[in-house]
Design a protein around this ligand. Sequence first.
Ligand SMILES: Cc1cc2nc3c(=O)[nH]c(=O)nc-3n(C[C@H](O)[C@H](O)[C@H](O)COP(=O)(O)OP(=O)(O)OC[C@H]3O[C@@H](n4cnc5c(N)ncnc54)[C@H](O)[C@@H]3O)c2cc1C
Length: 336
Amino acid sequence: MSNTDVLVVGGGPAGCATAIRCAQLGLQVVLIESQLFPRTHPGETLHPGVEPLLKQLGVLEPVLAAGFLRHKGNWVQWEGSREFVPFGSDEEGAWLGFQAWRADFDAILLNQARALGVEIIQPSRATGLLMDGRRVIGVETSHSTFRAAKIIDAAGDHHWLARQLGLQINYHSERLIAYYGYVTGFAKARDDAPVIVADSCGWTWTAKVQSQLYQWTRLSFVNQKIPKDWLPDEFQGLQIYQPMRAANVSWRIVSQPAGCGYLIVGDAAMVVDPTSSHGVLKAIMSGIWVAHSIASELSSHVTEQQAIDRYCLWIHNWFQHDVKNLISLIAKLPTV
Ligand SMILES: Cc1cc2nc3c(=O)[nH]c(=O)nc-3n(C[C@H](O)[C@H](O)[C@H](O)COP(=O)(O)OP(=O)(O)OC[C@H]3O[C@@H](n4cnc5c(N)ncnc54)[C@H](O)[C@@H]3O)c2cc1C
């Protein structure tokens, strides 16, 4: 059995942000990731607001050097005609989003965690929790058993720790399935920026994610099934690069995203459908928040209960804000 300050389950953006920031704050961290990297994952489009966070994590330079495509905003066709919605600008010019290929982006974050002394156990799967009464004190993995002052669930949208603890997961939408896929070829109309196009049933998102590589996502709010070989109109005739997949993006939140000995970050804490493309931003922000919270608690600046209450309030407020915005967007879907 090994001991550490912080044990992070999951090496996506939420887990890596937690691990990096904890290590920067002088904490000893172990991170367990079940898959070998590079691994594929949807979620390439990043809002420019991610830049200061990447800078804080010390990965802005390698992310810029990776040569991800950049764009000034998105095309939106929701209520009426199609219009370009820029992210904004300042005296240095237009703010630019990223089309960050997640296999490369996530590997950059994990490498930074490793460089800062985080012990990375990969591939290794968290399989169970160690408890002392109601307190989570450790994790059993396919590799070994770890005890830690804090256990972080960053294992994504299947809510690993919540299910282990039997925490309630509250749903705020009907069952929503996002279908997505990748195609190769040329779709000139998508070269400058992604587009989201609404119809009476839902929306379709298309984006260029690399040279000659495009991504699409289709979300229906009326449980509309789509055929296996479905493609958005603008990608007709292009080669399938990755066949269609599906993800459950029903709006949901873990009732208690922090408790005795644990904190839950990123998709593991809350999921909304990817209409706004903010999943990675939220994953990183929640990771940074919990790292600061743990450091404050371990240096006795706040009590564990204060840290739990603040984090739970922050996550719940954020989720409610997102849900409110999504409801008002759905109300504006065009009618047939
Ligand atoms: C179709 C679709 C399109 C999207 N588009 C966007 C977009 O354009 N922009 C955006 O910002 N977001 C987008 N998202 C959302 C985005 O993908 C997620 O919000 C983001 O990946 C969440 O990061 P995370 O670190 O919380 O979880 P993940 O990225 O899912 O990482 C979790 C990690 O935990 C590991 N793991 C799982 N179980 C275990 C275990 N038991 N033990 C150890 N490790 C484990 C997994 O291997 C994985 O590496 C999209 C989502 C979907 C479904």
